[in-house]
Design a binder for this molecule. Structure first.
Ligand code: LMR
Length: 332
């Protein structure tokens, strides 16, 4: 039996999620994610593990599976809902099967910058979205930043119609797929763990992601043309299973919340630094041409993609879009 199937066997065991019963052995909690450890999410997960084990190691041990070792994000969302794993931090684009409202994060050019994203996430509307999927078994414990997405391709582009005919990888989000269809490109929804090889095999010719993901996954090896488009946000929701959470004591929940808040703060600081450093590292690569669009060019991209705001308003809710736009205003 392989190591992986042994892990699966353990995941499938009944009662694995029930906390709070008297046991000499600490309970093993599973945290699954798809990025490498040297990323904002990877580092956040490690910090979370270390805080929980330092403060409650006699009760809980956390096993982290990075790099899609255990499952991809779409599977992780289902596994959380079904109570087969305990923690995950999928991108906000991966909850479409459970709620339309989170699609707000996929609307292109909605948020002016990451400060606006942060303000929206801390607003009553943003916080409310964390608890929206509770009845499906998914509880959001908090948001974690990665950053703004950039466009990359295997041929030069500056205008929206330059991408026509290319196959672009997207996350499994209808909004993101439509975004490329509006440009007459072909959207190819694909799990993150497959993207590098699909680029290498020319199965896809372009993709969108943050600087930290483009760098840590070495997408630049097959994407010599990039544009600093900042056209969308890639942030995460740290989620747990509702029944698992409710089975904890108030004291345990407080400890988990504290560890989560601290590790998210740390992860956000890593995200800020990494996206700056990784952008600089990519920009200095001799094989990469990084285009910084003029204001006029950006307006062309915005005009091409913005029809999605209206198209998805019924699913997202006009009030949610309004609250996101309000967050673009800098407070006095
Ligand atoms: C993606 O699929 O591109 C991202 O969700 C990967 C990640 O978790 O940052």
């Amino acid at each position: 039996m392989t190591l992986l199937s042994l892990r699966w066997l353990r995941l499938a065991l009944p009662c694995v999620l029930v906390a709070g019963f008297a046991s000499a052995e600490p309970q093993t909690l599973i945290f699954s994610h798809v990025v490498s450890e040297n990323t904002p999410k990877g580092k956040m997960a490690l910090m979370f593990k270390s805080m929980i084990e330092r403060r409650m190691g006699d009760q809980f041990q956390i096993e982290i599976y990075p790099n899609t070792e255990l499952m991809d994000d779409d599977e992780a969302v289902v596994a959380i809902a079904e109570g087969r794993i305990h923690f995950a931090a999928p991108s906000l684009s991966k909850f479409e099967a459970y709620t339309g409202q989170l699609m707000v994060y996929d609307l292109p050019f909605l948020f002016a910058n990451m400060e606006a994203v942060e303000r929206f996430q801390n607003s009553p509307t943003g916080l409310n979205l964390l608890t929206h999927m509770q009845s499906d078994g998914i509880l959001g414990l908090g948001y974690l930043h990665n950053g703004l997405k950039q466009l990359t391709a295997n041929r030069d582009f500056t205008r929206p119609d330059d991408l026509a005919g290319l196959r672009f990888r997207t996350m499994t989000s209808e909004v993101l797929q439509k975004q490329f269809e509006l440009l007459d490109a072909e959207a190819v929804p694909m799990a993150f763990g497959r993207v590098y090889q699909a680029l290498a095999d020319n199965e896809i010719q372009g993709q969108e992601n943050t600087w930290s993901n483009i760098y840590s996954q070495a997408f630049y090896e097959h994407q010599p043309f990039m544009m600093q488009s900042n056209h969308g946000v890639l942030d995460y929701m740290v989620i747990t299973n509702t029944d698992f959470w409710n089975s904890l004591t108030a004291e345990q929940r407080q400890e988990f919340r504290f560890a989560m808040e601290m590790s998210v703060k740390y992860g956000n600081a890593v995200a800020l630094a990494k996206n700056q450093n990784d952008r600089a590292a990519i920009a200095s690569m001799s094989g990469v041409t990084l285009h910084e669009p003029t204001l006029q060019q950006l307006v062309q991209w915005q005009n091409a993609m913005k029809p999605l705001w209206q198209e998805y308003e019924p699913q997202i809710g006009a009030d949610v879009i309004e609250a996101a736009l309000d967050a673009n205003q800098t407070p006095d």
